[in-house]
Design a protein around this ligand. Structure first.
Ligand SMILES: Cc1ncc(COP(=O)(O)O)c(C=O)c1O
Length: 391
């Protein structure tokens, strides 16, 4: 029989609605999908051209170092130092992985032992609990007591700590809520975890999709490198519309990176060199396309927030990051006679032809996640359908 480690892994809950929407589309039914966690834009042209040029280089056609192409590791370090204002990260603090997802896998492999508890702010992205469980740990969900959907405070975290607590996963801006922890909150959680000698896995994949002013507060600015139990995840997927290229990375203490590189050397050898060349161009080339995409997201965020706020029974504050909104729809669901937000999501897809992901997929019922990374005309059409269905 297949191993229990694999048997217990759940399929991504976000796929349930998505699968229904896709099946309907294949049947010729016009469905607007707010379900996808990826930008609708094409990858910037300069990035694609760099990849095409690289593909004919013989060095790129052969195996390369497991930790990543030296020029990409340097580019990641330089980009992090320039954008975070912390000038300490060097190429040796960087491991290039097959997307941020594989970086998270390697990070948890280096942190979690059987029986460990890992604090997981809820709502959470579905991959974390699956991988924590894969390595024999257990995820301990913890929510904000002050503002449902936001990242928890130190007091909230303190309430669930036990002597088995090994680590905390911190994702700001958050998938699914788009919430961003402010500088004081970030500092308090960092200091608290450090004081307790706890590991911090900080997923900063959405850090460049930030609509606030100034530099986004990050864990890396506080202790990477410096605090050897801080491991940061980042990548090009979301910022540069490169989800299919599969390039992400880990930033950590050199010893951690060397360990993760040993694991990766057996698991994957190197990440595709062509994709690494593309990611190098994304970081080193002009940033205009990324800025334009951010401005489109900013505009769509304002629109989706305004429209959803106008629907009776929906509560939402405009989030500061990523490309998701996560409104509280409990009252709206009740008014429609929906038994749960899962039920509401199914009704929206079946009756209104709009796909959204129910909060249950993120360990947080009562809410829906809507991604606004979809074309403007789709966004307009989808919002009109939602208003019609819920008012
Ligand atoms: C919070 C978070 N981390 C990591 C990832 C994975 O990104 P990648 O496509 O680089 O593997 C995603 C993708 O949805 C995400 O939402």
């Amino acid at each position: 029989m297949i191993s229990s480690r694999i048997r217990t892994i759940q399929p991504s809950a976000t796929l349930t609605v998505d699968a229904r929407a896709k099946a309907m589309r294949e049947a010729g039914i016009d469905v607007v999908s707010f379900a996808a966690g990826e930008p609708d834009f094409d990858t910037p042209t300069n990035v694609v051209e760099a990849a095409i040029r690289a593909a004919s280089e013989s060095r790129i056609q052969k195996y390369s170092p497991a930790a990543g192409l030296p020029e990409l590791r340097s580019a990641v370090a330089a980009d992090s130092n320039a954008t975070v204002g912390n000038h300490l990260i060097g190429a040796d603090n960087v491991l290039i992985a097959n997307g941020a997802k594989q970086a998270i896998f390697s990070a948890l492999a280096g942190i979690v032992e059987t029986g460990d508890e890992v604090l997981l702010p809820a709502p959470y992205w579905t991959t974390y609990p699956e991988l924590i469980g894969f390595f024999g740990g257990s995820a301990v969900p913890v929510s904000s007591s002050a503002t449902p959907g936001n990242l928890p405070s130190v007091a909230d975290l303190e309430g669930v700590v036990t002597d088995r607590t090994k680590a905390i996963v911190w994702c700001s801006p958050s998938n699914p809520s788009g919430a961003v922890a402010d500088a004081e909150h970030t500092r308090e959680v960092f200091d608290w975890a450090k004081e307790r000698e706890m590991w911090i896995l900080s997923d900063e994949i959405y850090r460049k999709l930030y609509y606030g002013t100034g530099t986004i507060p990050t864990m890396r600015a506080l202790g990477c490198p410096g605090y050897s139990r801080l491991v940061v995840v980042d990548g090009v997927s979301k910022t540069y519309s490169m989800t299919g290229w599969r390039v992400g990375w880990l930033l950590a203490d050199e010893e951690f990176i060397r360990g993760a590189a040993r694991l990766q050397s057996h698991m994957a050898s190197n990440v595709s060199n062509v994709a690494q060349a593309a990611a190098t161009a994304a970081l080193q080339g002009p940033q205009d396309a990324a800025k334009d995409m951010l401005e489109s997201f900013r505009h769509r965020r304002a629109l989706i927030t305004e429209v959803l706020q106008s629907i009776p029974g929906i509560r939402l504050t405009e989030p500061d990051g990523a490309f998701y909104v996560f409104p509280d729809v409990r009252d709206a669901a009740q008014r429609c006679g929906a038994a749960s937000t899962q039920d509401l999501a199914m009704r929206l897809v079946d009756e209104a032809r709009v796909a959204v992901v129910p909060g249950e997929a993120f360990g947080f019922s009562g809410h829906l996640r809507l991604s606004y990374a979809l074309a403007d005309n789709q966004l307009d059409a989808g919002l009109r359908r939602i208003v019609k269905a819920l008012t």
